[in-house]
Design a protein around this ligand. Structure first.
Ligand SMILES: NC(=O)c1ccc[n+]([C@@H]2O[C@H](COP(=O)([O-])OP(=O)(O)OC[C@H]3O[C@@H](n4cnc5c(N)ncnc54)[C@H](OP(=O)(O)O)[C@@H]3O)[C@@H](O)[C@H]2O)c1
Length: 238
């Protein structure tokens, strides 16, 4: 993604932070948005709550003014608040994404191929009873947002896709899996590839979808789950 300018929404920790670092190492200009900053705070970080949708257009103008037009936009945010999860999830995952996408068109360098990727989840299709209904609805909605704007923005040369990861290992939880190898083994054993996915597996899929190598792919929701969702539940463990 050399010469690219990627805006990473949710770039202060977890997968977003790792993705932002990888993009920097590959030579991209990277701007990040989150309420807090990663430590040490990278250049081009904008502290902003994406639920404040009225501020999204001014934020994008500021980023373009200070750091130049964008070529890519990637969403990694997740609502983790303890207040009303329905309003929180819809605001964080759907209203903010829709507003960013509608406003980013004028922030993109449309003389170049531009792309958007959002991180959805296997829960766009499948149910995890320990997670709230709001998470499932928000992640399913993200995939439909990807399809809608793939059609709406295709004529401007903007591609829009989603990735749908299963649970993955990231720096903040790898100690947990190392200290509980039984938990890791149980998860890995259910997967056709006999391992859990990592943040790098997911980041690589996002890089691909943002890159020109995916130039004829738009409106898709790519499962990044090592094939675990291919199996019929009744046959697992038999
Ligand atoms: N972890 C998994 O195993 C897994 C599996 C499937 C899908 N996913 C999806 O993958 C993505 C990344 O997951 P993760 O576990 O790495 O997430 P995470 O560690 O919770 O990071 C979420 C990021 O979003 C930012 N964010 C949250 N609310 C925000 C707001 N209102 N305004 C601005 N920024 C906000 C956070 O920063 P601040 O709090 O500082 O704002 C943080 O940078 C998420 O969309 C998640 O649903 C994760």
């Amino acid at each position: 993604m050399t010469d690219a300018h990627v805006l990473v929404v949710g770039g202060s920790r977890g997968l977003g932070r790792e993705f932002a670092e990888m993009a920097r190492q590959q030579g991209s200009r990277v701007s990040t948005v989150a309420r807090s900053a990663a430590e040490p705070t990278p250049d081009g970080h904008y502290a902003f709550d994406i639920r404040e949708t009225a501020g999204i257009a001014p934020l994008l103008s500021r980023i373009v003014h200070q750091r130049g037009p964008l070529t890519q936009l990637a969403f990694f945010q997740r609502f983790r608040g303890s207040d009303d999860d329905w309003a929180g999830e819809i605001g964080t995952s759907l209203t903010a994404v829709k507003t960013f996408i509608e406003q980013v068109v004028s922030a993109f360098d449309l003389a170049r191929p531009c792309a958007i990727v959002m991180v959805s989840s296997v829960n766009a299709q499948f149910i995890s009873p320990q997670l709230p209904c709001s998470y499932h609805v928000a992640k399913a909605g993200m995939c439909q947002i990807a399809r809608y704007y793939a059609v709406a923005l295709g004529g401007k040369g903007i591609r829009v896709n989603a990735v749908c990861p299963a649970t993955f290992v990231k720096p903040s939880n790898e100690v947990h899996y190392r200290e509980h190898p039984d938990v890791y083994r149980a998860m890995a054993e259910r997967s056709p590839l006999k391992r859990m996915g990592t943040w790098k597996d997911v980041a690589d899929a996002i890089f691909f979808l943002l890159s020109d190598k995916a130039s004829f792919i738009t409106g898709q929701s790519l499962m990044v789950d090592g094939g675990i969702s291919l199996q019929w539940q009744e046959t697992l463990g038999s």
